[in-house]
Design a protein around this ligand. Structure first.
Ligand code: SME
Length: 159
């Protein structure tokens, strides 16, 4: 079951506060990504896969810390939802992955997805946060807002 819409914004406030406290004295980017993946994944019932892809070189993404079943190890920039978000430097919400041309199906149970870029220095996409749901059309404005706020903080602190 999804976290009800009326409590979702509150759930984001709580999980972002928790992440902030956990990362307060941490400067290691991998430790931060692992902690964020764990906290987010366990906070929301509609999150079925939660994790990071890191930019590597000019046109590649390599998997980072995640929770859920195994993900594709590498994604080319411009490919799939993650590669599109990285190439276009924008959040991509896909309500129905079956309708997204070029979607990379790492898990057959994925039905909707959100990918948020994390900008490091000079506006470079240093990583993307990818959340997959096994529910159709699972992501709402609250998810976009909460995850974008989180990714802005991560970029500022670890970029
Ligand atoms: N569905 C993603 C691929 C990554 S995983 O499923 C974990 C995409 O199209 O970018």
């Amino acid at each position: 079951l999804s976290t009800p819409i009326e409590t979702r914004a509150g759930a984001y406030r709580a999980v972002l506060r928790r992440i902030d406290a956990l990362l307060e004295d941490e400067s290691d980017w991998i430790a931060a990504m692992a902690t964020v993946a764990c906290e987010l994944h366990n906070a929301f019932d509609h999150f079925d896969w939660t994790g990071f892809y890191r930019s590597e070189g000019a046109d590649g993404l390599v998997i980072g810390p995640y929770q859920g079943g195994h993900g594709c190890l590498r994604i080319r920039r411009g490919h799939g939802v993650c590669g599109t978000a990285a190439a276009e430097s924008r959040t991509v919400v896909v309500p129905d992955v079956w309708e997204f041309p070029g979607h990379i199906a790492c898990s057959a149970s994925t039905r909707s997805e959100i990918v948020v870029p994390i900008f490091g220095r000079a506006g470079r996409v240093m990583a993307v946060l990818d959340v997959d749901s096994d529910q159709l059309d699972a992501f709402r404005a609250e998810d976009v807002q909460g995850l974008e706020e989180l990714c802005r903080d991560l970029g500022r602190r670890f970029g």
